[in-house]
Design a binder for this molecule. Structure first.
Ligand SMILES: [Zn+2]
Length: 105
């Protein structure tokens, strides 16, 4: 596999280029992020969560993107737990504004 950033040979198993740290699955990740965002917009959080989980598998763990997505999944879990635990009126409505982290892909 040849890195599209620095044109060095990189192992098939790598998630990012050891030379220039370019993400190997950048295009795929961008697509997943777009789909997750689309699901988020229409309130399909289960679908959104599944898409983020797929993204995590394509990302090296030491990236900002990985941590952002992990945080988002955690937030979705909390949101789901809160929604099922109580039907309190006037629950906090926290809108998650997606970080522009897909712009670095
Ligand atoms: Zn590279």
């Amino acid at each position: 596999m040849i890195c599209s950033g620095c044109h060095q040979e990189i192992a098939e198993s790598e998630l990012s280029c050891p030379q220039c740290s370019r993400l190997v699955h950048g295009a795929e990740l961008e697509e997943l992020a777009q789909r997750a965002r689309a699901s988020w917009r229409v309130g399909r959080f289960t679908e959104e969560r599944a898409l983020w989980e797929l993204s995590l598998r394509l990302l090296p763990q030491d990236t900002v993107q990985f941590r952002s997505i992990q945080a988002r999944i955690h937030e979705l879990d909390e949101q789901a737990a809160a929604a099922s635990a109580s039907s309190r009126a006037g629950g906090r409505k926290r809108r998650w504004e997606p970080d522009p982290f897909w712009s670095c892909f």
